[in-house]
Design a protein around this ligand. Structure first.
Ligand code: FES
Length: 179
């Protein structure tokens, strides 16, 4: 009897272990840790830049988002997964940084910042957004997607800007994470 169980285990255990990596993306999705933050390998905050790289003048500045990226069965280290605008406007000496996804909520083109008009402008279908990301005109049904920001100290004491990067479904008036 025991020999029979041992034989069955010897036959099937290698198959179970071999299937683990194959099923891994599916299992991760089932557990809710999938790539619905635009392919970023985990949901943690992504380091964007030192705080000192941002003048506290309220002018939006463009940054690529570089992070480990999930591609089905593999993790691709340090890939460009998106782009954002950071806006720093300090309050009584306290740094305040806002982040917006640079992906237009209409159909996903990358928006520019028009310094003359003090608006974000989409080159594809002329959507415009205010400095606070609110929709001003054009076909987008919602404003720019704001992202959570954290300021963290590096080991040498430098303040760094981290952003919880996330992509959202375009064309909607509400924010639905891409999954
Ligand atoms: S994609 Fe931006 S206005 Fe259409």
């Amino acid at each position: 009897m025991l020999a029979g169980i041992g034989t069955i285990a010897a036959l099937f255990l290698p198959i179970v272990f071999a299937a683990g990596p194959v099923l891994d993306p599916w299992l991760r999705r089932r557990r809710g840790s999938s790539t619905n933050n635009g392919g970023v390998a985990d949901r943690s905050f992504v380091r964007i830049a030192p705080l000192d790289a941002l003048a506290a003048d309220g002018v939006p500045r463009f940054f690529p988002v570089i992070a480990n990226k999930m591609d089905a069965w593999t993790t691709l280290p340090q890939q460009r997964v998106g782009a954002i605008f950071l806006v720093r406007k300090d309050d009584q000496g306290e740094p305040r940084v806002a982040a917006f996804s640079a992906a237009c909520p209409h159909l996903g083109c990358i928006v520019d910042f028009n310094a003359q008009q003090q608006q974000f402008a989409c080159p594809c279908h002329a959507a415009a957004f205010g400095l606070d990301g609110a929709r001003v005109s054009g076909p987008s049904k919602r404003g720019l997607d704001a992202l959570d920001v954290e300021l963290r100290k590096s080991e040498d004491g430098t303040a760094e800007v981290y952003v919880a990067y996330q992509r959202f479904r375009p064309g909607l008036d509400v924010r639905v994470p891409l999954g």
